[in-house]
Every structure is written in structure tokens, then in C-alpha cells.
Design a protein around this ligand. Structure first.
Ligand code: SAH
Ligand code: SF4
Length: 402
């Protein structure tokens, strides 16, 4: 994102106000959104559903919730009235709440989403000609401290639950009006508005592995959201031990925040590199199964003036990744106040892209989207955090806040 906001230091949220436990729902009810099929079946058994019915009931509820977008047990007309009432007694179908929505001149939509407990994450929908991509978050804040990323200045508040992760997809479908009519074939509806999901919002998805996995299983389930695993991309800063697990247990496409071609520079940009250096990371990527030209690894490379954008860097990059089916996504650095970094010049980005391209790799330059609504990578939540801070300050001045 580019913007003209005055240079003020980034705001770090007040860690003291943060409850870490996920709060419960009224009446002690359990949320079924985010349960895996096995989890839902177990929950049904717990409320006394007969063992021999549980699997079928799971499938029926699953379809209502994830295929048709139904939020009310009483509307599940293929279940008996008595069973619907039992479900309603024990469970809720709860999603996070969209508290604000902005639509950019280019069609990008940014949703501010409030999760249970009051914290907020941002979700971005990016329409393109042939697809629509939803960028979702996996954590509130991040434990890693990549120096160019605004999220890195926000302390980790908590991991999102699987329900909150898949809930972002469901909310976007609500907003796009994209739930099919029950009973009507979806085959004739043309390309989906929401056809792709990228885990590139706030947080490190591989540090919230189980919840991300469960949510993506729901996203990929043919009787659920039904996105192909090849339409889901998980972006990681390079948590090496979890990469093989992601291939095995999730099986989606992988993007890696590479960003530098020497350990020295990567240590400062992506400090997890001190634990898992470039060599270790590349070895894990070479082992990522199913690598083929259609399932290439995306190397994300943020272009920062004078830091990682030299022609020498470009040449080193192509020699490092030799042999890995890859695409290099060049991301012009989105500036934010106090980062101390600047976006590389257009000519430099172009030169870099050409070297990578000439070496045989696709090297698209990510077009900044939604600039007018601050929806770009690494920017999420920064305006909100600022707004929150000033609200807090106002409350404090009025003697209300703690
Ligand atoms: N934590 C994960 C996923 C979220 S970040 C990861 O780091 O991969 C999504 C992408 O946005 C990452 O490639 C990240 O490096 C990039 N990014 C973060 N801040 C940015 C900024 N200010 N400008 C451009 N890209 C940024
Ligand atoms: Fe966390 Fe990714 Fe930002 Fe690094 S780039 S601080 S891993 S969100």
C-alpha cells in the first residue's frame, strides 16, 4: 500500500487487555462451525444421537452449513423437528461478525471482522477477471517480527479457531451473495466469485497448524465449500518442520516469504531465518511433494529499496532455487510509517523481474490492490490499530478506560 499518512510510529496493541482463552457462547452452547466431520460426529454422539445415525446426520448438517450457508437449525428441513430442536438446544452456528466493510475503486473489498472476545482481523477480497481471491488471517497479530511487516509490530493476541478461519470464507460468501439455492445445481452458475483462498493475511499459519488444517479441510470438502486444494495457497515465513506436515495433512499450494538471497539480509528481514536458514528452507521446499510445473511453489519477494533489490540479488535468487518448480511473486514493498524502508523504484523492480524471467521463472509483479482502502499485504489492521489507540486514549482521558 502507498499512502500519505504522516510519519508516526507504529502502534502496538496493549497486551494487558488481551484475554487468551476463547470465550464461550451463551448458555454454554458449542459452536459447530469449524468442527471437522469427525468432531461434529463426536459432538452429535455426545448429545445422544444414536451411533448408527450419527454419520448421516453429520453429512446432512454439514451440507446445510457449508454448502448452503444455512445458519438456523430449524431450517434444516431434512431433519426431524425434534432433532432440530435438540441441535438448537446444544449448539450454535456462529461466525465472526463483519463490523466494517470498505470497497476500493478497483473492486477490492476489505472487511473488518470481529471475533469472539472482541478482537479484530481483516479479510480482503480481490476480484480479478478470471477469479476472485480471498485473503484470510490465521492469527490476531504474529509472534514473528519480520522487520518490514506491520503485523510484526502487533503482538500475538491469539490463534484464530478453525471456525474463525473458515468463518472468514463464509462471511465473504454472505457478503458476495454467493450461497447456492438448496436443491439447485451450482454447475450453471459460471465462475465463482470466491474461487481462491490465500492464507496471507495476519499471522503465521504454520504456527496455528491444527486450526488452519481443520479449516482448510472444510474449505476443500466436496460437500462443503468445495474449493480445490489447488485453489488454496498457504503462505509461510519458512517454519521448516511444519512444511512437510503441511504437504501431508493439508495438501494445498505453498508460498514462501523468501525476501532475501543471503542469510545476513534474511536474518534481518525475516528473523525466523536465524532458526531455519536459507539452506534448510530450500531443502524442505525441494522435498515438498507433488511439485510439478502446475503446482509450483510461489516465492514471495518483497522489493525494498537498497536492501534486497540488486541485480546481483536477482541472479543469486535464481541460482539458489535452481531445480525447484517455482514462480517468483515480486511484491513492491508497501510502506508504513516508521518502517524505515522504502519501496524499490519501478525500474529496479522491472530489472529484477527480467533477470528472473530470463532464467525461466514466471516473475509477476504484484499489482497493489485496494490502495485507497489500505488493504495491501502487511498493512492489515494498521489503520484499525491506530483508530483503536485513539479511542483508548479518548476513553482514558475521559476516565473510562483502564
Ligand atoms: N506470515 C505469513 C503470511 C502472512 S504475510 C508469511 O509471512 O508468509 C503475507 C505476505 O505479505 C508475506 O509474503 C509477507 O512477507 C508480505 N508482507 C508483509 N508486509 C509487507 C509489506 N509491508 N509490503 C509488502 N509485503 C509485505
Ligand atoms: Fe508474521 Fe508473516 Fe508478518 Fe513475518 S511477514 S511478521 S511471519 S505476518
Amino acid at each position: 500500500m502507498t499512502h500519505d499518512t504522516p510519519m508516526t510510529p507504529p502502534v502496538t496493541p496493549d497486551a494487558l487487555t488481551v484475554p487468551r482463552k476463547v470465550p464461550e457462547y451463551a448458555g454454554g452452547k458449542r459452536n459447530i462451525v469449524g468442527l471437522t466431520r469427525e468432531g461434529l460426529k463426536a459432538a452429535l454422539l455426545e448429545i445422544g444421537t444414536p451411533e448408527k445415525q450419527a454419520k448421516m446426520r453429520t453429512g446432512q448438517i454439514w451440507q446445510w452449513v457449508y454448502q448452503w450457508g444455512v445458519r438456523d437449525f430449524h431450517a434444516m428441513t431434512n431433519l426431524s423437528k425434534a432433532f432440530r430442536a435438540e441441535l438448537d438446544e446444544a449448539f450454535v452456528i456462529a461466525l465472526p461478525e463483519i463490523v466494517d466493510k470498505q470497497v476500493s475503486a478497483d473492486g477490492t473489498r476489505k472487511y473488518l471482522v470481529r471475533i469472539n472476545g472482541g478482537h479484530e482481523v481483516e479479510v480482503v477480497y480481490i476480484p480479478e477477471e478470471s477469479r476472485g481471491t480471498l485473503c484470510i488471517s490465521s492469527q490476531v497479530g504474529c509472534t514473528l517480527t519480520c522487520s518490514f511487516c506491520h503485523t510484526g509490530t502487533q503482538k500475538l493476541v491469539r490463534n484464530l479457531t478453525a471456525g474463525e478461519i473458515i468463518g472468514q470464507v463464509m462471511l465473504a460468501r454472505d457478503d458476495l451473495g454467493e450461497w447456492p439455492e438448496p436443491g439447485v445445481s451450482t454447475a450453471d452458475n459460471g465462475p465463482r466469485l470466491l474461487s481462491n483462498v490465500v492464507l496471507m493475511g495476519m499471522g503465521e499459519p504454520l504456527y496455528n497448524f491444527d486450526n488452519v488444517r481443520d479449516a482448510m479441510k472444510i474449505a476443500m470438502d466436496g460437500e462443503g465449500i468445495a474449493l480445490s486444494r489447488r485453489r488454496i495457497t498457504l503462505s509461510t515465513s519458512g517454519i521448516v518442520p511444519e512444511i512437510a506436515r503441511a504437504a501431508d495433512e493439508i495438501g494445498c499450494l505453498l508460498a514462501v516469504s523468501f525476501h532475501a538471497t543471503t542469510d545476513e539480509v534474511r536474518n534481518t528481514l525475516v528473523p525466523i531465518n536465524k532458526k531455519y536458514n536459507i539452506e534448510t528452507l530450500l531443502a524442505a521446499l525441494r522435498d515438498y511433494p507433488r511439485l510439478s510445473n502446475s503446482e509450483r511453489i510461489t516465492f514471495e519477494y518483497v522489493m525494498i529499496k537498497g536492501v534486497n533489490d540488486s541485480e546481483e540479488d536477482a541472479r543469486r535468487l535464481v541460482s539458489l532455487i535452481k531445480g525447484i518448480p517455482a514462480k517468483i511473486n515480486l511484491i513492491p514493498f508497501n510502506e508504513w510509517p516508521g518502517s524505515g524502508y522504502e519501496r524499490s523504484s519501478w525500474t529496479q523492480i522491472k530489472k529484477f523481474a527480467d533477470i528472473v524471467f530470463d532464467a525461466g521463472y514466471a516473475s509477476p509483479i504484484r499489482k497493489p490492490r485496494g490502495e485507497d482502502i489500505m488493504a495491501a499485504c502487511g498493512q492489515l489492521k494498521s489503520a484499525t490499530e491506530r483508530a483503536r489507540k485513539s479511542r483508548r486514549q479518548i476513553e482514558a482521558e475521559a476516565g473510562l478506560g483502564g
